[in-house]
Design a binder for this molecule. Sequence first.
Ligand SMILES: [Zn+2]
Length: 352
Amino acid sequence: MILRFRVPSVLIALCLAASITACTIPSLAEAWPHLYSESPSGTCSGPPEIYTMLPTPKKGYGLFATRRIARGTTIILEAPLVIIQPPPLTPGQGYEISKMLDSLRAEFAKLSPLNQKRYLALHAHMFPSEEGKETLMPILRSNAFNTGTGLGLFPIVARINHSCRPNAAYFWSEGLGRRVVYAGRNIEEGEEISISYIPLLKTTKEREKRLIQYGFRCECKACEASRGGDSESDDVRAEMQIMMDQLEAEALVPPGEGLMAERKKQGLLEDSLRLVEMVEEEELVDYYAQVYKLAAIMHGRSGRWKEGAEWALRSLEIREMADEYSDEAMEMRRMAPRFILESKKYMGEGLC
Ligand SMILES: [Zn+2]
């Protein structure tokens, strides 16, 4: 049997997981000092919890905001309960299950009885061939996330349900050894917190296929609208994928000179703005940083450095909100000042 695991489509920003406090993990306080406070007694404490776990009508448990959560706020920062190193990935297919089970059993055996209970309490989607068999692997398959080179199980993050129009995003922080979930947009009090388990620039049917391994049919607004005969979201997502691929490819090629090249640059600039508009209208928060970067590049190529710098700064803000140490954040930290400098040259400002 071949498996796939939840892979963040774009790695993207705290109430802390209940078990984490600032004093016991100083590096977290260093990374996010604004989230920690020191009481008069000298005892550190994290911020008040901003989510709660509640049962839902059709999706088991879910996490819900206990107050309004502003865009960019970290919601969860959780260490893996179990982490295993998978065998080599079969391109386009996944991991071979038989090679993983022994190491999973060994890691499970090392857990305390309480943690074993937490593991076994998670949802297990069983394939027909697995009925009546042990649930260790089905639980991992249904809930695990990539952790750099490994696969990890995060009992709190695992309770966050999927949406094809999620309000939160997440990434693995190698430096902290934790999975971080943050608000991709403002989340209202009482609203369910959602993330995406799959790439989202796909049609509803394609997304359904990818979600089979988790054992549910998504009933988010985007999926329900499509099933009700409204194909707009599907059409837009398919178009976004095509435009994204084209702009990413063009961004790697030198732009050239001459009349034809200028026309092409203008066309690509317009496409990049159209792509931003579509991604924002569809509220695909996972993709904002990526499309802002493309808009920056296409403006820069047309010599519109000031607008390019603004797009680059918007992309940088999201990358830093997610993980300021990521390669993507570093890339934007290099790009934005270059664009600002070019715009000042053009305006004749601020240069010696
Ligand atoms: Zn959906």
